[in-house]
Design a protein around this ligand. Structure first.
Ligand code: ATP
Ligand code: MG
Length: 549
């Protein structure tokens, strides 16, 4: 992947030159989503690039909904997109809808017709496809290509008036059926669709195609640099043709950068919508989704996403980026922000048999040892605690330094304990441990009498808060060779377990983030948590060798 540093990538170089040469007075960019789904992490790349480049040059950025296809679009998506862009930390200068320009676009199409640069075609979509030619063969002219200007004007007006059914006629640009660039072979620029539009209602029954609408939208808004992904590169000559032939007073230019794709991640609204519609996930904001709303609910921060995109750079290649890179930036961001605490995911009860029955003591703990300013807190400790099932082995494996009969470990922030008895249920499962503690070994007491090799986490049983943990893995497994994404769904992408957190998290609020000692970063799920029943989403594990599984 070709990467350039953020402060001097190839697009910023172009912008700088345009300003220096006086070609551009005011930098204007836009983020132009189609409101046909929720935004994903790929869109975040486009959002950051558009907003940050404009900001670097004192420019402006519009949020423009490219809503030219009423069949797929919805206000639900418009609202979600606005929320996501704002949450990422960007403020748009203008908020526009392509549909607000339908009248002007229609007039511009009429300009084309009058110049003999567009014609109404009766061929079906299939016939148009069949006569388009190939990369090696030219296409064939439509038999309707030579209609007179008058006839075209009349038919186009009647298309608008609703005289024809969907698919009966289209308006095509008249360019060159033998162009080596297939995009220039008389592309369709208007089609008939009798459908109610989320913004314009039933006012229109003809809609402009993307390749025609987009350059006009940019020119109408005075966009200086229209930044899009590489698959539009071949459309650039058509983009320029539309602006020129439609005689737009402002001339916008298109530049392309590499699309973001991530390992084990589906990144297309069409497929993401399928997962939502088929109930494979719990909505667009399911924490396993690569959507902005899913990442937010999972616990990602806007800062981590922005840093991730910035570090990717404005690449011209479209290589697949490792999802681990995104995880790296959320860890980095939360490391100094998130309070550290203890949570037990798969609890095993421990009774400290030599600890006084009714005693409860408060132990000092730092909120975040790397950030002393975050202060200290007190955590209760008493006769019964929960530890992690994984932290005990009745018959220890080689190099197992945690708890086993006869072995001593440190309880984080507390004491050394030593296991002397194991209680089992009728199936032979260990259900409880009996341990003793050594009062001399209290954390912070300066005890140097002897050392232990393992430190484990725990939660005081009496004051523990029962919670639900949702542990995530990627939605997809395997590789592209393993087939379609639907065959690659990871059956273990979500595991729900019930455990405990300390009393200090009793008051945790939705979207609060914590680092659970030895486990990783967790977010209080904003959708399914209630004050009585908190749900903690695993954002990302710690880099440590400790495995949740
Ligand atoms: P999808 O294929 O996921 O539906 P799209 O390109 O159709 O995405 P739009 O709403 O049309 O989605 O995109 C808005 C902007 O976001 C476009 O400029 C598009 O190029 C950009 N964009 C979409 N996906 C990515 C991606 N994976 N990486 C970078 N930019 C992207
Ligand atoms: Mg699209």
């Amino acid at each position: 992947m070709e990467t350039t540093s953020n402060s001097s990538d190839f697009i910023r170089e172009i912008v700088k030159e345009d300003l220096q040469a006086g070609k551009v007075q005011q930098v204007v960019t836009r983020f132009p989503p189609e409101p046909n789904g929720y935004l994903h992490i790929g869109h975040a790349k486009s959002i950051c690039i558009n907003f940050e480049i404009a900001k670097d040059f004192n420019g402006k950025t519009n949020l423009r909904f490219d809503d030219t296809n009423p069949l797929k679009e919805d206000v639900e998506y418009v609202n979600a997109i606005k929320e996501d862009v704002a949450w990422l930390g960007f403020t748009w200068d203008g908020l526009f809808f392509a549909s607000d320009y339908f009248e002007e676009m229609y007039d511009r199409a009429v300009v084309l017709i009058k110049k003999g640069n567009a014609f109404v075609d009766d061929l079906s979509a299939e016939e148009i496809r069949q006569t388009r030619g190939t990369l090696t063969e030219p296409g064939q002219n439509s038999p309707f290509r030579d209609r007179t200007v008058e006839e075209n004007l009349d038919l186009f007006a009647r298309m608008r008036a609703g005289e024809f059914k969907d698919g009966e006629k289209v308006l095509r640009a008249k360019i060159d059926m033998s162009s080596p660039n297939i995009n220039l072979r008389d592309p369709v620029i208007y089609r008939i669709a009798h459908a109610t539009h989320h913004n314009t209602g039933d006012k229109w029954c003809i809609y402009p195609m993307y390749a025609f609408a987009h350059p006009l939208e940019d020119a109408i808004e005075g966009v200086s640099h229209s930044l899009c992904t590489l698959e539009f590169k071949d459309q650039r000559p058509l983009y320029d043709w539309v602006i020129r032939e439609c005689e737009m007073p402002h001339i916008s230019h298109q530049y392309e950068f590499g699309r973001l794709s991530l390992t084990d991640t589906i990144m297309s609204k069409r497929y993401l919508k399928k997962l939502v519609d088929e109930g494979v996930v719990d909505g667009w904001d399911d924490p396993r989704m690569p959507t902005i709303s899913g990442l937010r609910r999972r616990g990602f921060t806007p800062e981590s996403i922005r840093t991730f995109v910035r570090e990717l750079g404005v690449t011209v290649g479209s290589g697949e980026v490792d999802y681990k890179m995104l995880e790296h930036y959320i860890r980095e961001d939360l490391k100094l922000k998130a309070p550290r605490t203890m949570g037990v995911i798969r609890p095993l009860k421990v009774v400290i048999t030599n600890y006084p029955e009714d005693q409860v003591e408060l132990l000092d703990a730092e909120v975040n040892p790397e950030v002393p300013e975050m202060g200290t807190k007190q955590i209760p400790f008493s006769r019964e605690i929960y530890i992690e099932q994984d932290d005990f082995m009745e018959v220890p494996a080689a190099k197992y330094f945690r708890l086993f009969p006869g072995n001593e470990v440190r309880l984080k922030n507390a004491y050394f304990i030593k296991c002397h008895d194991v209680v089992k249920d009728e199936n032979g499962q260990v259900v409880e441990l009996h341990c003793t503690y050594d009062v001399e070994t209290k954390s912070g007491s300066g005890f140097t009498g002897r050392k232990v090799k393992g430190t484990i986490h725990w939660v005081d049983a009496k004051s523990a808060v029962p919670v639900e943990f949702r542990l995530y893995e990627s939605l997809l497994t395997g590789s592209k060779e393993d087939g379609d994404f639907i065959d690659r769904m990871n059956p273990n992408s979500l595991e729900v377990v019930h455990g405990y957190v300390g009393a200090d998290l009793q008051t945790a609020q939705p979207q609060d983030k914590f680092q659970f000692f030895r486990h990783g970063y967790f977010n209080v799920d904003p959708k399914d948590s209630t004050p009585e029943h908190k749900v903690f989403n695993l954002i990302v594990s710690l880099k440590s060798s400790f495995q949740i599984k």
